[in-house]
Design a protein around this ligand. Structure first.
Ligand SMILES: Cc1ncc(COP(=O)(O)O)c(C=O)c1O
Length: 421
């Protein structure tokens, strides 16, 4: 059995290219690689947080049991609301009043007044007639895309779209799907032009900010294409809802294009520090999607999860400093990194990627930082293309200036040592 792989990406590619389909064999290849990783420099995907996420916590390596106090850079709680005392209090109260789980799906009476309150608030925030809640962001995309798109339709999506979008596309009955070059409006327009008469409907799917690269979508240019071409526009606001717009209404709102976007979705696991997702649009589309499988056949998020979302939305609305300070910290960290000659690509959102093409160097950087109490997981294939590896720093409101300074200083030393900068 071939066993000199250097990354899980190599293992998965090998299995695909060699057409190794036997389950026993496939599982053994992956297992052998993980065992080897555990014994060597340390498997970055084998770690968990002893006491949950915050900006400075104990990271435990499961295999060895080793614990290390680290500044955390891999959590999407942009506003650190998971540790906000008002939010926690409301979640505890909700559990006392509403109990723990919901016990069934939304369609079979699983929702509470908390869930309904959230749906109304969300619709208002993103300026749509209606919003409906799904149990997770992932299944929002699975259910929405697979149910909206029919067998005479074309989907054109940005090539950096999240796995939940890609899986929604695969589950759909679309006659054809193609990607366009990342954030490239010219390429999108060429494709719209080429296929304009060949399909009943065309759906364009983008994210407002991309989770791997931290760049923002050219939404104004994309919506301008609607004047010339006929298509439905679907925007995933996972990494902007709650942190763009003065009250967290999202990037479509901030760019003043909400009325030109047909479908807005987002997860509620990031800025609002809970779990769940929503789909917002004209009411008739929401009526349709209530029959999509993840809405109709998946249990609702719990009352405590719902209370966290409501309380987080209240905090965002009542405390504009949360968003302002997050963006100020983002600018501070970016300026500092640029002054040390790091190339931040086109990233602008509070996701800061440092690209390290050489997989071995990326592993060493991640582990050397970990030993100095700085933790983020490496992003490798299949999360990104092979040779597009990176380490990502996700800024949270709770990160302090001292934590940023310490991290950038250590990163500079490690990257100089490995001749990355
Ligand atoms: C763009 C995008 N959409 C959807 C999701 C899925 O959200 P969740 O993990 O909350 O289910 C993610 C998660 O990272 C995401 O980045």
């Amino acid at each position: 059995m071939h066993d000199d792989f250097i990354s899980i990406g190599e293992v998965l590619t090998y299995l695909r290219e060699e057409n190794i389909t036997d389950l026993e064999n496939k599982a053994q290849y992956v297992h052998n690689f993980i065992e080897k990783e555990n014994k060597s420099i340390g498997n970055a995907y084998d770690r968990y947080l002893e006491n949950g996420p915050s900006t400075f916590m104990n990271v435990v390596t499961e295999h060895s049991g080793v614990k290390k106090e680290c500044i955390l850079w891999c959590v999407n709680h942009y506003l650190s609301l998971n540790r906000n005392s008002n939010v926690i209090e409301k979640a505890c109260n909700a559990m006392r009043q509403f109990g723990t789980g919901c016990g069934t799906s939304a369609s079979s009476c699983g929702m509470t007044s908390l869930h309904k309150n959230i749906e109304q608030k969300l619709a208002k925030m993103v300026e749509k007639e209606k919003a409906i809640l799904f149990p997770t962001g992932f299944t929002t995309n699975l259910g929405s895309i697979s149910y909206l798109v029919g067998n005479k339709d074309l989907i054109i999506f940005d090539r950096e779209c999240h796995s939940s979008i890609i899986n929604g596309i695969k589950l759909s009955k679309a006659k054809k799907w193609i990607s366009f070059k990342h954030n490239n409006v010219t390429d999108l327009e060429i494709k719209l032009q080429k296929f304009k008469d060949s399909f009943e409907n065309i759906f364009v799917i983008v994210e407002s900010a991309y989770s791997m690269s931290g760049d923002l979508s050219p939404l104004q240019e994309i919506t301008r294409l609607k004047k010339i071409h006929k298509f439905y526009l679907y925007v995933d606001e996972a990494h902007t809802f709650g942190i763009y717009g003065e009250k967290g209404q999202g990037y479509c709102y901030e760019q003043e294009v909400s009325d030109k976007v047909d479908f807005i979705i987002s997860t509620l696991s990031k800025a609002t520090a809970s779990i769940g997702g929503f789909f917002a649009a004209n009411e008739k589309y929401c009526s349709l999607l209530k029959w999509s499988d993840p809405y109709a056949f998946q249990a609702c998020l719990t009352p405590a999860d719902a209370a966290v979302i409501l309380a987080s939305l209240e905090e965002i609305e009542n405390n504009p400093l949360l968003i302002q300070e997050l963006h100020a910290k983002n600018s501070y960290m970016r300026d500092l990194l640029i002054s040390k000659e790091f190339n931040l690509g086109n990233s602008r959102s509070p996701i800061i990627p440092i690209f390290i093409e050489d997989h071995n160097k990326l592993r060493m950087v991640v582990n050397e930082l970990y030993l100095q109490g700085i933790y983020s997981t490496p992003i490798v294939f299949p999360g990104v293309k092979i040779n597009e590896g990176r380490i990502r720093f996700i800024l949270n409101y709770g990160h302090t200036k001292e934590q940023i300074d310490y991290t950038v200083e250590a990163l500079e030393k490690v990257c100089k040592k490995h001749q990355i900068i």
